[in-house]
Design a protein around this ligand. Structure first.
Ligand code: NBP
Length: 482
């Protein structure tokens, strides 16, 4: 006997995932530090399935079938450590602790190693989809030992979102792999949202559209290659009217974006790995700029020297319909760049930590349940199916054609934005990345010369092997240093 799964931590995410298990016919033991939340779950939703309410961790663990499977859904950080310790103290070797919170992957690596010593499996499990996803089917990214997946995989797959009969849940890789993948997912989400924000800003700032008109544009775009949850809800948010003022809600929301850390973590890891994830970095920094209230107040009204105030002035030969299509193309191309970079980071992380991540599998389980769910992920899945070792999504035929078809529009958008003074850090840095990787020569050669000049850092030559140094302070002859 006993419940096949238990959930501890019954705030919004935990309560919803517990209900999801119950609705799928699994008996679910539930526990929360303060019993009130447990009681509320049972009284509000107890009829949805078989819940076993428990008051203490000891009672909770005792109510589980062996090997015991306990899913932690508490605040990431110290709270998670505390709960792990309480659970492990009551558990036996072979039991499984699953952390479904947004843990930092290095914490997950540490916790997995410590619990492995005690014979307990630790499954660091990324869960995406917010509260709605947790209830109706999230995208689930479980890491840990392969053996642990045989015990938790079927249960997790049974509550995940489903796309084309495939659950949006698969074994990701050892120790911190699941949380790493969830982290990069969130980083990509940051980049995607930033790009959508820039498109909106251009619609209002260059084309002069009202939020309601913008909502119609996004709803239309959601019927094409951009079709995605984020574009869909963008239309919904932009159409919302504030009950209090009667103004579009978007116009009364303070323009300072919050962040809880996963985007920042993604960029920190990318910096350590040396992977250029400019799209995610720009998005994290754009949030930081938006939140710099004092700086923005002090700088407000500084002269901009704009070259134009209207589309007509910025691009005299481009009409409104063309520019609208340009914004769409720029958004799409920039999105391809952001995803290409994110997938490159996943590959680099996989090499660094020996995870053997399968990019195509990740695209597959992100097609549904999670915040970045989209048709687009199906295309990424196909790209990696055709070539699992693809060096960049930008080199896949489908995506390279799509981006090539967008380049002129993309440049016009950056030109117009620059002319009228609308900041588009995502669009412009994505274009800079694309132009950099496709360039004949980069100014890196000059930088190497400078580094050799002031620091004798040496340089390589295009015409022969070896490392060289010019005797800048002497007779300026070149010596080979190796
Ligand atoms: P919160 O992150 O707000 O955490 C609240 C829960 O943590 C409550 O059950 C609380 O118990 C418990 N808790 C805390 Br705080 N400190 C504790 C401690 N020392 N010992 C035991 N329990 C403790 O809940 P959430 O928003 O439902 O998110 C849960 C996890 O899922 C987080 O890690 C979050 O990052 C992640 N996540 C959230 C979303 C989302 O959309 N919200 C999406 C994906 C992942 P109490 O009731 O007794 O105070």
């Amino acid at each position: 006997g006993g419940a096949p799964i238990g959930v501890t931590g019954l705030a919004v995410m935990g309560a919803n995932i517990a209900r999801n298990f119950a609705r799928h016919g699994h008996t679910v033991a539930v526990h929360n530090r303060s019993f009130g939340r447990t009681q509320a779950l049972i009284s509000d939703h107890g009829s949805e399935g078989n819940f076993v309410a428990t008051k203490t961790i000891a009672e909770f663990v005792a109510s589980l079938a062996t090997p015991r499977r306990a899913l932690i859904m508490v605040q990431a950080g110290a709270a998670t450590d505390a709960v792990i310790e309480e659970l492990a103290a009551e558990m036996e070797p072979g039991d499984i602790i699953i952390d479904g919170g947004n843990a930092l992957y290095t914490d997950t690596r540490r916790r997995e190693a410590a619990l492995r010593e005690r014979g307990i499996h630790f499954v660091g499990c990324g869960i995406s989809g917010g509260e709605e996803g947790a209830l109706n089917g999230p995208s689930i990214m479980p890491g840990g030992s392969r053996e642990s997946y045989t015990h938790v995989g079927p249960l997790l797959e049974s509550v995940a979102a489903v796309v084309d009969d495939t659950p949006c849940c698969t074994y990701i890789g050892p120790d911190g792999a699941g949380h790493y993948v969830k982290m990069v997912h969130n980083g990509i989400e940051y980049a995607d949202m930033q790009l959508i924000g820039e498109a909106y800003q251009l619609l209002t700032g260059v084309l002069g559209y009202t939020p309601a008109q913008c909502a119609e544009v996004f709803a239309e775009w959601n019927k094409g290659v951009l079709e995605s949850y984020l574009i869909d809800i963008t239309a919904d948010v932009l159409a919302q009217v504030d009950a209090e003022t009667g103004a579009p809600l978007i116009d009364v929301i303070l323009d300072a974006t919050g962040q809880k850390g996963t985007g920042r973590w993604t960029v920190k890891s990318a910096l350590d790995l040396g992977v250029p994830v400019t799209g995610i970095a720009e998005a994290v920094f754009a949030r930081a700029v938006s939140g710099s209230r004092e700086l923005r107040e002090a700088a407000h009204g500084l002269p901009g020297g704009e070259l134009a105030t209207t589309l007509q002035e910025a691009l005299p030969n481009i009409d409104e319909a063309t520019f609208l299509a340009d914004i769409h193309a720029a958004l799409y191309a920039s999105k391809v760049v952001a995803y290409a970079q994110g997938f490159n980071q996943l590959t680099a992380g996989s090499v660094e930590y020996g995870w053997d991540l399968k990019p195509g599998d990740l695209a597959t389980i992100w097609r549904g349940g999670c915040i970045i769910r989209a048709q687009f992920l199906g295309r990424i899945r196909e790209a990696y199916a055709a070539n699992p070792d693809l060096p960049s999504l930008l080199l896949d035929p489908y995506f390279s054609d799509a981006v090539a078809a967008s380049t002129t529009s993309w440049r016009r958008v950056v030109v117009a934005a620059t002319s009228v003074g609308v900041a588009v850090p995502g669009f412009s840095s994505a274009l800079a990345y694309y132009d950099s990787i496709r360039a004949d020569r980069l100014p890196a050669a000059l930088l190497q010369g400078l580094r050799d000049y002031f620091g004798a850092h040496t340089y390589e030559r295009i015409d022969k092997p070896g490392h060289f140094h010019t005797l800048w302070g002497g007779d300026r002859s070149e010596i080979r240093t190796d």
